[in-house]
Design a binder for this molecule. Structure first.
Ligand code: ATP
Length: 353
């Protein structure tokens, strides 16, 4: 990607930004967050957790409760309406003008900003090329596929060189295959343009693939902020652990500096008593039943072939069944008996929300 597309990356700061809707309860607890210039930050969480409200406060479509401040770099934009913030927005519904051509849709924001015609045409053409839409310039958007429309929406948002690009569930309306390919396009764009971007989704795969950092939200609060690897490997509570990826629960018994778990005993520093621990499927190894150094035995209750691996549900007779991955060609099937070896260094002991 060429330098002429590179945008001035502006950091964004939310300072004590809470939101209470008239007549409603608090939708968002006061939030402090700094988004670095050029960073892609993803707000991830279940429906109603406050992701969209936060995005709309950055856009200028919603104002924070009194006391909250929104900063774009050194500029306090709290009182500025959306049209004076210079933000680009892409929604789940494309919000394009259906009876205008692709080029006219992309040119729209430049017209509003009174960019002179020759400059406008050059910038539109460059942006259409960048989005691989050059061949569709003259086509009406109601004659395009969903994926093409979303690329037009991205082009329209970016052509004005926004200070921040805001994306609210942009892939949700598309089918799985298209979603994957457009996600790769968005990734390439965000990295190449160096734009500061805020991306809202409830899809953890999208969040992990696109986010430099992920803000996991629950019930109007931030549950955790971190890189995708932090969030996945070092979740700070049970909600985050369960929300991102598959997670198993196993129970052990702590006594005199040791944790007993099935046949195993691991060094343990907590107080004596029952302990509930979490472990990811990939941190449990499969072995033959009763094999040396295994901790639990179980019965394969279900085996789902996923191509690159087979996901097993294993009942151990103690607690909920465990999800464990077997190699693609393992041949393990329902009714087989297996031994399980837990990686003690990967056991998580987390507070429950
Ligand atoms: P979703 O993925 O379903 O859009 P979300 O995480 O984006 O969810 P928000 O849209 O930010 O959640 O909503 C947070 C809370 O605020 C919800 O309980 C919602 O009902 C409430 N809310 C949002 N907008 C308004 C409004 N204009 N008036 C009253 N309540 C609102």
């Amino acid at each position: 990607m060429t330098d002429r597309f590179h945008l001035d990356a502006v950091p964004i700061r939310l300072e004590s930004c809470g939101k209470t809707f008239p007549g409603g309860s608090r939708a968002l607890e006061p939030l402090d967050l700094t988004i670095r210039g050029g960073e892609t930050i993803v707000f991830l969480g279940p429906s109603g957790c406050g992701k969209t409200t936060t995005l709309r406060m950055i856009a200028g479509l919603e104002s924070p409760d009194p006391g909250g401040r929104v900063w774009f770099g050194e500029e306090d934009v709290t009182a500025l309406p959306i049209e004076r913030r210079n933000v680009g927005m892409v929604f789940q519904s494309y919000a394009l003008f259906p009876n205008m051509s692709v080029a006219e849709n992309v040119a729209y924001g430049l017209k509003v900003r009174r960019v002179e015609r020759a400059d406008r045409e050059r910038r539109v053409e460059e942006m259409l090329d960048l989005m691989h839409l050059g061949a569709f310039a003259g086509r009406r958007v109601d004659q395009l596929s969903g994926g093409q429309r979303q690329r037009v929406a991205l082009a329209r948002a970016l052509v004005v060189r926004p200070r921040v690009l805001l994306l609210d569930e942009p892939l949700t309306a598309l089918d799985a295959k298209l979603r994957d390919s457009l996600r790769l396009d968005i990734d390439r764009l965000l990295r190449g343009l160096g734009v500061t971007a805020v991306y809202v989704t409830h899809d953890q795969g999208e969040a992990m693939a696109l986010g430099d950092r992920i803000v996991v939200m629950a019930k109007g609060r931030v549950a955790q902020i971190g890189t995708p690897r932090d969030i996945y490997h070092r979740p700070t509570d049970g909600f985050v652990a369960d929300f991102i990826g598959a997670m198993n629960r196993v129970s052990g018994q702590a006594q005199s500096g040791a944790l007993r778990l099935g046949r195993g005993a691991f060094p343990w520093s907590g107080p004596d008593g029952p302990v509930e621990l979490l472990i990811r499927p990939e941190d449990i190894a499969l072995a033959a039943e009763g094999e040396e150094d295994t901790h639990l035995d179980g019965l394969v209750a279900a085996a789902v072939f996923l191509g690159d691996r087979t996901r097993l549900v294993v009942e151990t007779g103690d607690g909920p069944p465990l999800t464990v991955d077997a190699a693609s060609r393992s041949g393990l099937a329902r009714g087989d008996r297996v031994g399980l070896r837990l990686d003690p260094s990967r056991l998580l002991n987390l507070p429950q929300p």
